[in-house]
Design a protein around this ligand. Structure first.
Ligand SMILES: *Cc1c(COP(=O)(O)O)cnc(C)c1O
Length: 481
């Protein structure tokens, strides 16, 4: 005899309510007390093994038991990017308003692929706000996606469709020799986008940079001329506003001029740096961003919205829809009823079913306002310059790159031999100490320590602790402590 059917709603809503309230209280405490904990701690083997050992749950486990396991085995062992001294990678710090909005979105369980409902109006409103923010025309289109990796791919796909016409969507590339251009400092996801778009990574020409980490325009011109002479078809140039390694920003106005002169699609990867536009002081650094044909950026980095929330904005909305809309589906849309509301978001990207990412963006933008978010970005850059000055004043440290935005690269001069190995070990020691999490990158063939200040919670006291820990572990590893 099998048990009578039950749906998935709780037998007792009051106990779920009580536990739900406790979860919110606990998580708000977790955010409020973040400074009292290590940035990161390694996951003990027992914890790691416990995930491996558990088999598929075919029968119910009480929610409070699961929640206890979450508190014991998951919550303490995250990467730590909500912590102000998580400085290793360009990860956002999140915010409590966005967290609450995510809870609400989970309750609504909206699907934003299409149809005519208010959640869609929210995402459209965000796209209009973004167009306004970045100086795009009001009829430009956009869509929230997982992150800039996908947003950059979307830019490449639209450019590909524009150059080859509609047949590329039915007949494929047919060996069309498309080539595109980005700086050597461009993010790895650009080459991956060329791979996914069927162009192959070799079709991405990597143009060398000047001393400030910007694409060299003379080399770009020469490469385009050589490719045309060889019978290839240049179709896109990709500028970066804020490289992950050093925060360098391409000369976007010059790239826009080149794109116009050579009849290329101009895409900007502004994953985190695009939001420098929110700060009146920093805005000139990204001048020209408003001239992009398509712009990729992440709400989940500098805009502090909880993961995941990337965005692509496209100047020519027709080109955007022509790349993704399925004509058959599109022509059958209703003009009234729930199946109206054309165009749908599924016409602007690869996903059909889509969650309500827009709600956490909407809540966060409204709760703080873009002026405040701009001040966060300003603050991170000011902290980076403060840190650079401290490094320049420290005899045992040497800076490795100019500070364009919020990223500081340096190395510890430690013992004279094998500085790469020394700095790599120093970074691991810092991470394992739980005091601060820097990372490493390679500049001019040298391994260097990278500090990316993205978290809105970072302050001078965090730089004090970082500098003290660098001095301490540097001395320990040099053997003078
Ligand atoms: C983070 C980043 C990406 C990739 O974005 P995701 O959101 O991680 O997919 C691309 N380009 C730059 C410059 C980035 O900083």
């Amino acid at each position: 005899m099998s048990a009578p059917y039950r749906d998935l709603d709780p037998e007792n809503w009051d106990s779920v309510r009580a536990l739900g309230h406790r979860m919110i209280d606990d998580m708000i405490d977790h955010l409020a007390t973040v400074r009292q904990r290590p940035v990161w701690q390694p996951m003990p083997d027992a914890v790691r093994d416990s995930f491996q050992a558990a088999t598929l749950p075919t029968t119910p486990t009480p929610l409070d038991v699961i929640y206890q396991e979450f508190q014991d085995r998951i919550q303490p062992f995250t990467a730590g990017n909500i912590h102000p001294r998580f400085m290793g990678w360009v990860h956002g710090g999140g915010n409590v308003v966005g967290m609450l909005a995510d809870l609400l979105a989970g309750g609504l369980n909206a699907n934003l692929g299409g149809r005519d409902h208010a959640p869609i109006a929210v995402e459209r409103q965000i796209m209009r706000w973004c167009a306004d923010l970045f100086g795009f025309p009001p009829d430009s289109t956009g869509i929230l996606v997982t992150g800039s990796s996908l947003a950059n791919l979307i830019g490449v796909l639209i450019a590909r469709r524009q150059r080859l016409g509609a047949t590329v969507r039915t007949a494929g590339l047919k060996d069309a020799p498309l080539v595109g251009y980005a700086a050597t400092s461009a993010h790895g996801c650009i080459a991956r986008a060329f791979d996914f778009a069927g162009l192959g990574t070799d079709a991405l020409r990597r143009i060398a940079c000047d001393g400030a980490g910007r694409m060299r325009l003379d080399l770009l011109d020469a490469e385009i001329a050589a490719d045309r002479a060889a019978g290839l078809i240049p179709f896109i140039v990709i500028g970066t506003a804020g490289t992950v390694d050093t925060g360098a920003i391409d000369d976007l106005n010059a790239l826009a001029d080149r794109a116009a002169a050579h009849d290329l699609w101009f895409h900007v990867d502004g994953a985190f740096g695009a939001f420098a536009h929110l700060s009146p002081r920093l805005r000139p650094l990204v001048a020209g961003i408003e001239r992009a044909d398509s712009l990729a950026f992440d709400f989940h980095k500098w805009a502090q919205i909880p993961y995941d929330a990337g965005c692509v904005l496209v100047r020519d909305g027709v080109a955007h829809a022509e790349t993704f809309a399925a004509p058959a589906a599109y022509l059958q849309r209703e003009t009234r009823g729930l199946a109206a509301g054309h165009p749908w978001f599924c016409d602007f990207g690869p996903d059909l079913s889509r969650g309500f990412r827009a709600l956490k963006v909407w809540f966060t933008l409204r709760a703080y306002g873009t002026d405040h978010l701009g001040r966060v970005i300003d603050h991170c850059c000011a902290m980076a310059h403060d840190l650079a000055a401290r490094i320049d004043a420290a005899p045992h440290l040497e800076r490795a790159a100019p500070v364009a935005l919020n990223i500081v690269c340096f190395r510890h001069l430690g013992p004279a031999r094998d500085l790469d190995a020394f700095n790599r070990t120093l970074v691991i020691a810092l991470q394992e100490s739980g005091v601060a999490v820097p990372s490493t990158t390679t500049i001019d063939g040298h391994l260097v320590i990278r500090i990316a200040l993205v978290n809105h919670r970072v302050g001078p006291e965090d730089l004090d602790q970082l500098m003290a820990a660098v001095a301490h572990y540097g001395a320990v590893l040099t053997g003078t402590d």
